[in-house]
Design a protein around this ligand. Structure first.
Ligand code: EPU
Length: 421
C-alpha cells in the first residue's frame, strides 16, 4: 500500500454514517502468521490478508531473512529456505512492533536470533522482559546488546513451565512459537487469550504442532521435531469491526459490518448496547444502529476477553459527545492517553489523572487540525472529526494506513465527507 509520511485526512463533520462495510483479515493475526511461517521449510500460504502497510513491512523483513514473499490480492505466499538468516535489522524493526515475533521462530528453527528492539506505536514502554525470561527458561541464552535482543539455543530448546506476570500477547506468541519445536512439554500459565493468538495456535497446529488450551489461560505445547508449511485463512479483524461499530454509534448511524464477529467483541458490544445502540446479528456479521445521542458509559480496558485497549480512542471519542459524564480507565498501555490531548483540540472536555480519563460529554466537537500518534488514535481522531462542527485535518495518515485498508474510501462509501491529501 502506497503511503507518504506527509499524507493527511481532511474531514468535514456532521454526517450520519449509513451503509455496509466488509472487514478484512486481522492485522495482529496475519503479521504473526507470517513470522511463524519461518518455522517450516517450504511454501506457506495465508489467505484473507489485508492491504495494509504493516504487511509490506513484515514481507520486507522476511525477505531480508532469506524468504521469498509474494502478496497478490488477499493472498500471501512465503517460501522459507532450509537455512534462514537470523538478523532482523533496526531500519525495518523500528517501524513495527510485530517484528519481534520473528524472535521465537528463529531461535527454535535456526538456534539464533538477533532482533533490533522494536518500535511501533507511541503508546507506552512495551518491555520485552517476559519474552526474554521465557526464552531463557526454555534453555536459550538471551540478552540485549547495542539495541538488539540476542538469543541463542545452539542445542535446541527444552520444554518447561512458564508463568507470565501479565498475559502479554507478544510474549505468549513468541514463547508458543519457540516451544512448538522444543524437546518435551511446555506450559504457559497466565497466557494471553486474544482471538489473534488462538488463530496463530491453529495455524501452528495446521503445521503439525501439538497445542492444547488455546483461548484459555493455560496453554500446553508438546514439542515436535519438525513442522511443515500450511495453508491458512486469517480471522477477521475485531478491532476494525469495533471501529465501525463505534462509527455507527458516534454518528447516530446504521452500519452493517460484514465479517464482524460478535463472539470476538462481546464486552464491547455490551457496552455499546448500554450506550443505547441496537446491535443485531446478521447472516455474516453484525449491524449497529444508534437512533439517539449516545449515553456516556464507564469502561476499563483489560486483556481479552476484557474491553480491548485498542478501542480506547473510540470509546473516549464516543463519550466526548455522549449524554453524561464517564470515566475510562486504561490498564494495558500507559501512554494511550496521549491521544486525549489531540481530542481536546477538538473541544472535548476531558481530564486525565494517571490511568483514568474523566469525560464530560458535549453535543458536538469543533473541527481543528490534529495529529495521529498511532494507528488507533489516528482512526479515533477521524471518527471524532465526523462529529465535529466544520473541518478537521488529521496529520500522520501513515499511522492509519498501518492498520486500516482504504479507510477514507470506506468512510466515503458510508456517507462521510473525507478526502486524503
Ligand atoms: N509487557 C511487559 N513486558 C513484556 C511484554 C509486555 O511489560 O515482555 C507489557 C507491555 O509494556 C504492556 C502490556 O505488557 O504494558 C501488554 O503488552 P502485550 O505484550 O500484550 O502487547 P503487544 O503484544 O506489544 C499487542 C498488539 C497491540 C495490542 C496489545 C494488547 C500486536 C502487534 N500488537 O501488542 O495492538 O494493543 O497486544 O492487546 O499484536 C495495534 O494493533 O494498534 C496495537 C497496538
Amino acid at each position: 500500500m502506497a503511503s507518504s509520511s506527509l499524507d493527511r485526512f481532511r474531514i468535514t463533520g456532521g454526517c450520519r454514517l449509513e451503509g455496509e462495510v466488509t472487514v478484512t483479515g486481522a492485522k495482529n493475526s496475519v503479521l504473526k502468521l507470517m513470522a511463524a511461517s519461518l518455522l517450516a521449510v517450504g511454501t506457506t500460504t495465508i489467505h484473507n490478508v489485508p492491504d495494509i502497510a504493516d504487511v509490506d513491512i513484515m514481507a520486507d523483513l522476511l525477505t531480508r531473512l532469506g524468504c521469498t514473499v509474494k502478496h497478490e490480492g488477499s493472498v500471501v505466499t512465503i517460501e522459507v529456505p532450509a537455512a534462514p538468516l537470523h538478523r532482523a535489522d533496526y531500519d525495518l524493526v523500528r517501524k513495527m512492533r510485530a517484528s519481534i515475533n520473528v524472535l521465537g521462530p528463529l531461535v527454535a528453527r535456526v538456534g539464533k536470533a538477533e532482533v533490533a528492539l522494536p518500535g511501533g506505536d507511541a503508546i507506552g514502554s512495551r518491555g520485552l522482559d517476559f519474552h526474554i525470561k521465557g526464552l531463557e527458561s526454555l534453555g536459550a541464552t538471551a540478552h540485549v546488546e547495542h539495541g538488539y535482543v540476542i538469543a541463542e539455543a545452539p542445542n535446541g530448546l527444552t520444554g518447561t513451565a512458564i508463568e507470565l506476570d501479565f498475559p502479554s500477547v507478544g510474549a505468549t506468541e513468541n514463547l508458543m512459537t519457540a516451544a512448538v519445536l522444543a524437546q518435551g512439554v511446555t506450559t504457559i500459565d497466565n497466557a494471553a487469550r486474544e482471538p489473534d493468538l488462538v488463530d496463530l495456535g491453529e495455524f501452528l497446529i495446521g503445521m503439525g504442532a501439538q497445542i492444547d488450551g488455546l483461548g484459555s489461560p493455560l496453554i500446553t505445547i508438546t514439542g515436535v521435531k519438525e513442522l511443515k508449511p500450511t495453508d491458512h485463512t486469517t480471522i477477521t479483524d475485531r478491532i476494525i469491526a469495533g471501529t465501525w461499530a463505534f462509527a455507527a454509534a458516534m454518528t447516530q448511524g446504521d452500519i452493517t459490518i460484514h465479517g464482524g464477529r460478535a463472539d470476538h467483541m462481546e464486552v464491547m458490544l455490551e457496552k455499546l448496547t448500554h450506550a443505547g445502540a441496537i446491535v443485531t446479528s446478521t447472516q455474516d456479521g453484525i449491524r449497529v444502529q444508534m437512533n439517539q445521542r449516545p449515553r456516556a458509559i464507564d469502561v476499563a480496558t483489560l486483556p481479552y476477553p476484557g474491553f480491548a485497549t485498542d478501542l480506547l480512542p473510540f470509546i473516549i471519542g464516543m463519550n466526548a459527545v455522549a449524554d453524561g459524564h464517564s470515566i475510562v480507565t486504561e490498564n494495558v498501555f500507559e501512554s494511550r492517553f496521549m491521544f486525549v490531548n489531540e481530542l481536546m483540540r477538538l473541544g472535548a472536555q476531558i481530564t486525565v489523572d494517571g490511568h483514568h480519563a474523566s469525560i464530560d460529554g458535549i453535543p458536538q466537537l469543533s473541527g481543528a487540525p490534529v495529529e495521529a500518534t498511532d494507528i488507533r488514535a489516528g482512526a479515533g481522531l477521524v471518527l471524532a472529526a465526523l462529529v465535529s462542527d466544520g473541518e478537521t485535518t488529521v496529520d500522520g495518515a501513515f499511522h492509519i494506513d498501518r492498520g486500516y485498508p482504504n479507510f477514507a474510501e470506506q468512510l466515503v462509501s458510508l456517507g462521510a465527507k473525507v478526502s486524503r491529501e
